[in-house]
Design a binder for this molecule. Structure first.
Ligand code: BT5
Length: 325
């Protein structure tokens, strides 16, 4: 705890000297504890000078601290409550825990997740360098339409990545953002609901920002922004832009879902493709025809029958052009 408090104090007084005694008194800890906290910050890449005048912060690494992210955040409500953790088991688990009493738009972020979650009890690798965050949203929509939040979030993050890094980001049904068919971001939306009302949706966004995809198992078909954009990016700017786009898309989702729906479809790498669908109960192949307004993927099987798939995995088979040939 004192590590975080010292960090906040030193960031607020960046470039100016603060005596160890003042810090110790302000935080109600010993000077030895101040020193220990400074050492632990240095080990994380902070450059903190120490002299007889005390401590002075010269450089803070690109951490997603509340004060840094909020300083340049142009949103009305998304991210106004911004909860930062260095390490969490899962930001989605934490967001769900606090969701019932949280403000609409609250965000939970962690530098590292020790038990990051994917869909269907799968795990999500979340080392340092990525962006692992969950946004609590409280839209006035019936639970049956909660998937729209997932759609809005996919479009929002795709917009942010395309605008900031000029990446050709595609959306792979249901929840992957890909560059060159490799996953750069996964989204996991979980809801709390009663029969006919949605209490909250927690939108978990995992972006492989500054990561070396070679550290992931090959079978994952994963990539990262740093790999695709040719170098490390500034994660603070990415979080700000993603939250701004999310607020915009969330607004469009409630007022004119058609627009978000159209954009999802035009960014989709799944529609028009031959796909293999794997659900809990069955597996089949067909053509991905259309995304329906509730998030279901309509797949036309070879016998001409159509299947609406609401949840499951989708494997892209050969491109549509081959299909008609
Ligand atoms: C997802 O699941 O793609 C949803 C991932 C959501 C992660 C965010 S991070 C913030 C928030 N807090 C959480 O605890 N979760 C959310 P799914 O489609 O089931 O994909 C999971 C599969 O992707 C795994 O089984 C692996 O094969 C692969 N995978 C795991 N980590 C990955 C990574 N960092 N990048 C790319 N692929 C990964």
């Amino acid at each position: 705890m004192s590590r975080e408090e010292i960090e906040r104090e030193l960031i607020q007084r960046a470039g100016r000297w603060t005596s160890g005694q003042d810090l110790a008194e302000a935080l109600g800890i010993s000077r030895a504890a101040v020193w220990k906290a400074v050492e632990s910050l240095r080990a994380e890449g902070y450059e903190i000078e120490a002299s007889r005048r005390g401590y002075r912060m010269r450089y803070a690494p690109d951490l997603l601290r509340e004060e840094v992210v909020k300083a340049g955040l142009a949103t009305e409500f998304v991210g106004r409550t911004f909860i930062y953790h260095h390490t969490l088991a899962s930001t989605n688990a934490e967001a769900k825990r606090i969701a019932p009493s949280a403000e609409d738009g609250s965000v939970v972020v962690a530098e590292v997740q020790t038990a990051g979650r994917g869909r269907m009890e799968r795990s999500w690798s979340s080392p340092r360098g990525g962006v692992w965050m969950s946004v609590i949203l409280k839209p006035h929509i019936p639970p049956a339409l909660a998937f729209r939040v997932n759609i809005a979030a996919s479009v929002a993050v795709a917009r942010a990545l395309a605008a900031l890094y000029r990446l050709d980001v595609k959306i792979k049904w249901p929840n992957d953002l890909t560059v060159g068919e490799k996953k750069v971001c996964g989204i996991l939306t979980e809801i709390g609901a009663e029969m006919d009302t949605l209490d909250y949706a927690v939108v978990g966004i995992g972006i492989n920002a500054n990561l070396d995809p070679a550290t992931f198992p090959e079978g994952w078909k994963a990539t990262s922004i740093s790999r695709e954009a040719g170098g490390d990016i500034q994660r603070v700017g990415l979080v700000q832009r993603a939250l701004e786009e999310l607020e915009r898309c969330y607004g469009e989702m409630t007022t004119s879902f058609d627009l978000i729906h159209q954009e999802w479809s035009s960014r989709s790498s799944t529609l028009g493709r031959r796909v293999k669908i794997i659900t809990r109960s069955c597996e089949f192949e067909g053509m991905a025809v259309v995304l329906e307004a509730d998030g279901a993927l309509l797949v036309r099987k070879d016998d001409g029958s159509e299947e609406r798939v609401l949840a499951g995995d989708c494997v892209h088979l050969r491109p549509a052009v081959d299909e008609d040939a």
